[in-house]
Design a protein around this ligand. Structure first.
Ligand code: PLP
Length: 418
């Protein structure tokens, strides 16, 4: 196979021109226009004082988003799992016990990442579509005495959100560190890092923060800083004279080495990677947009938008998935009705209406659709557009649903709130 046509001319393709879409899957979602705008602003050198000042501002902004006073609040470059991996790679020394309560796909991801760093992983599971009683997690912590409890907050694979407000307090008393993956909840669901006594939390931009994937805001407290600093090992070539290695086992990943990231993000400004400039601009702007709206106002918007969407779906006689008391407000799981080809409906919504909705993984594959109402997409017009398109595409598969009932039901929710 050749990389050039016969005449030797380069293969160029067309200049990029993606079709307009409304991204109503479980993420990525449409990006706030302000965020797209800042991404086209000029590069700065990574040690330009303007740029390092932006880094400091990012820390201040994300402390507010995470609701924490943690000094160590910064960005890991990479998609959300980069944040997960930085926390686990640095907090978990080979042989450490890590407990992972699993209620969906992303619990398995935590288990898998911890295992790659040679943790002794214990897990407990609950049926998909449900979450854990707090007592069950506390009992497992008591039984296994892990060094780290690693948990997902909202698992987009099942659309369920795990209450976390009491677990941290118990773990703090028991001397267990709590790590939380808040990728799908940060900015959309209440999350109180300090009040809930969560030691390390990571997220991504492409869900309720409505940025592009590629930057992972994380925060961790001094308890975590102390644990990871024992493992500090600065690369030769940038290591200041006379600085010895920490006594602990060297962190197995260079890229995800929190102590080196801390040196880069602190006044030491010790060079690590080259910060992803445009992604930092994006992350900074996402936080500004979310904070300017007000966190509580944003949570409320996510709650009422999913309520209106769900009223419309139920008016079409569609069944919502999972435990009603544990449903996320940013993603809705909908059972695919008997006799309906779920992939065909998704394809027609995309092709004919420009609306993307999500499929699902593992045991839920082919059983549910996942509809995201996150960030910029989380607005009234998205609800009406999505319900209209779903009604039309369902009817094309001879699904009987009263014309207009879905949109009427969504209107009723908004009118009740007006
Ligand atoms: C809860 C949760 N954790 C982690 C991830 C992984 O994120 P990424 O694909 O950005 O690495 C996702 C992505 O959907 C998620 O929903």
């Amino acid at each position: 196979m050749s990389n050039t046509p016969g005449d030797g001319a380069p293969i160029l393709f067309e200049s990029l021109d993606p079709p307009p879409r409304l991204l109503m899957g479980p993420g990525p979602v449409d990006v706030y226009p302000q965020v797209l705008r800042v991404m086209t602003t000029p590069m700065l050198g990574q040690f330009d004082p303007r740029f390092t000042n932006y880094m400091n501002e990012v820390m201040v902004l994300y402390r507010q988003v995470f609701r924490t006073l943690n000094r160590w609040t910064l960005l890991v470059d990479g998609s959300a799992r980069a944040g997960i991996e930085a926390c686990l790679a640095s907090m978990v020394t080979p042989g450490d016990k890590v407990l992972v309560p699993i209620f969906g796909r992303f619990g398995y991801l935590l288990k898998e990442i911890a295992a790659r760093y040679d943790a002794r992983v214990e897990s407990i599971e609950t049926e998909w579509g449900s979450v854990f009683e707090t007592d069950r997690i506390v009992d497992a912590v008591r039984k296994h005495k892990p060094k780290v409890l690693a948990m997902v907050h909202g698992d987009t694979s099942t659309t369920m959100v795990q209450p976390l407000d009491e677990i941290g307090r118990y773990c703090r008393d028991a001397g267990v560190l709590v790590y939380v993956d808040a990728t799908a909840t940060l900015g959309g669901h209440p999350l109180e890092v300090d009040a809930w006594q969560l030691d390390a939390v990571s997220a991504g931009l492409q869900k309720c923060l409505s940025g592009p994937p590629g930057s992972a805001p994380i925060t961790f407290n001094d308890r975590v800083a102390e644990v990871v600093n024992v493992r500090k090992h600065i690369e030769l070539g940038i290591r200041p004279q006379g600085v010895p290695d920490g006594p602990g086992d060297r962190i197995r990943s260079n890229y995800f080495d929190l102590p080196m990231l801390m040196d880069y993000w602190s006044p030491a400004r010790l060079n690590h990677h080259t910060e992803a400039t445009s992604m930092l601009y994006a992350a900074r702007e996402c936080a500004r947009v979310v904070l300017a709206e007000g966190l509580e106002e944003g949570f409320h918007r996510h709650a009422i938008t999913s309520r209106a969407l769900r009223a419309g779906l139920e008016a079409m006689d569609l069944k919502l998935y999972g435990d009603p008391s544990a449903r996320m407000v940013s993603v809705t799981g909908v059972m695919i009705p008997e006799g309906i080809d779920g992939d065909r409906l998704r394809a027609e919504m995309l092709e004919d209406f420009g609306i993307e909705i999500g499929t699902s993984f593992g045991p839920l594959h082919g059983k549910i659709w996942r509809l995201g109402t996150m960030g910029y997409v989380c607005r009234r017009s998205s609800v009406f557009r999505c319900l209209t398109a779903m009604e039309a595409t369902l009817r094309r598969q001879h699904y009987i649903t009263p014309a207009g009932a879905a949109v009427e039901a969504a209107y009723a929710v908004y009118e009740e709130l007006d």
